[in-house]
Design a protein around this ligand. Structure first.
Ligand SMILES: Cc1ncc(COP(=O)(O)O)c(C=O)c1O
Length: 392
């Protein structure tokens, strides 16, 4: 049969990262391409214990259909947690559990945006969200980044140039792919601009708890007294991406529309996974767990940065103070696509930076390196291989 696909999906390409990740299924390939938590970061024992307990004490609760808004005990616990840790959650806000933060991006587009509406984002930004927005045929406008985030004046100019701007998508903390963090002054300025122009912000913060250096900065959502910020949170990077538990904090009116979207989609987030997350937050030393993760990523990040500085001194790189990624600029004259292929053949997987740009044909010298997935030995050996090919 000749298949004809919808306009929505016909023009979309499989994610380049997924294709590169296929190559990394080979255990001999050093994985600088992924965005996975370190294998040693999973609280696997506690998850096993809580899962067994839940199935023993409340099997039907864990296996039955559940509520689209999320497991009530987890929502209540998260409300308190987000208020205490992030000062997030005003009278007008609520929290709904989602199947990963990715679903928050999808529902934001689905319930608030129409085809052709403009979304302004950082350039580069998270490829998963770019593809979600592309699937809704939105007009994407990417703003260049400085080390402390986009320039507020660029944001204002882009809004004026695109009067149909409906959303500003930002990853202000330990950005994927760049590892950069937006300064407090810029967070405030961006928020004020959004309020002034009556435009929503989608703040995506899956790495916020993984700061291993410096002072914590307030999230943009914590500044939100007007209900203009939708906050996407996730347990993927701090517990397990496979469990698919994320959440949205947003104005109640937005969340009630997202609930309708969820009822048309996956009905509710995996209930037994939500119950396990609830127990991790209430019956497990979650702060100590996070501290352990910060220690792992601090060490791995330093290993990679030291190796880069020692072996590849001509390569400029960002200085992440948390999260999982370093963004490197290779010297002019190096073709990043050839470089990616050559290093893959030599046993290291990396992602060429163009994949993270709104226009993936935009010329760039950048590549994204991930330091959470490789072992310590692989971190050093992988940079060594990159350096040998670069210096060839
Ligand atoms: C910036 C960003 N947002 C969202 C996600 C998706 O997270 P989740 O697994 O919660 O859907 C990722 C995953 O890599 C990410 O890097």
């Amino acid at each position: 049969m000749k298949l004809e696909f919808s306009n929505r999906i016909a023009a979309m390409q499989p994610s380049a990262i997924r294709e590169i990740l296929k190559a990394t299924a080979d255990p001999n390939i050093i994985p600088f391409a992924a965005g996975n938590p370190a294998p040693e970061a999973f609280p696997a024992e506690a998850i096993a214990k809580f899962s067994a307990e839940i199935l023993e004490t409340n099997p039907i609760g864990a296996l039955q259909y559940s509520l689209s808004e999320g497991y009530p005990l987890l929502r209540e616990t998260l409300k308190v947690y987000m208020k205490e840790h992030f000062n997030i959650g005003r009278e007008f806000d609520d929290i709904n559990i989602m199947s990963g933060a990715q679903q928050v991006m999808d529902y934001t587009a689905k319930v608030l945006l129409n085809e052709g509406d403009t979304v302004i984002c950082e350039n580069p930004t998270f490829i998963g969200t770019l593809n979600t927005f592309r699937s809704y045929a939105l007009n994407l406008v990417g703003l260049p980044m400085e080390d402390d985030g986009i320039r507020p004046e660029d944001l204002e100019a882009a809004i004026l140039a695109n009067p149909n701007t409906k959303l500003i998508y930002l990853i202000p903390t330990f950005q994927n792919p760049s590892g950069r963090t937006m300064s407090l002054a810029k967070r405030k300025a961006v928020y004020e601009i959004a309020v002034k122009h009556n435009i929503l912000i989608l703040e995506d913060n899956p790495y916020g708890e993984l700061r291993f250096e410096g002072e914590t900065l307030p999230t943009i959502k914590s500044l939100d007294e007007k209900g203009v910020v939708i906050y996407a949170g996730s347990f993927s990077k701090v517990v397990s991406p496979g469990m698919r538990v994320g959440f949205a904090v947003a104005h109640k009116d937005i969340l009630s529309k997202m609930t309708i979207a969820k009822q048309c989609n996956d009905v509710h987030t995996n209930i037994s996974a939500q119950m396990v997350i609830h127990k991790l937050l209430t019956e497990f030393d979650f702060p100590a767990h996070l501290e352990r993760l910060r220690g792992i990523y601090r060490r791995k990040c330093n290993l990679m940065l030291n190796a880069l500085d020692e072996k590849m001194p001509t390569v400029k790189h960002t200085l992440p103070s948390g999260g999982l990624f370093v963004w490197c600029d290779l010297p002019e004259g190096i073709d990043i696509h050839e470089f990616t292929q050559e290093v893959l053949a030599a046993g290291v997987a990396i992602v060429p930076g163009n994949n993270f740009f709104v226009d993936s044909n935009m010329p760039t010298q950048s590549v994204r390196l991930n330091y959470s997935t490789p072992t310590d030995e692989q971190l050093v050996k992988g940079v060594d291989i990159l350096a040998k090919i670069l210096n060839k």
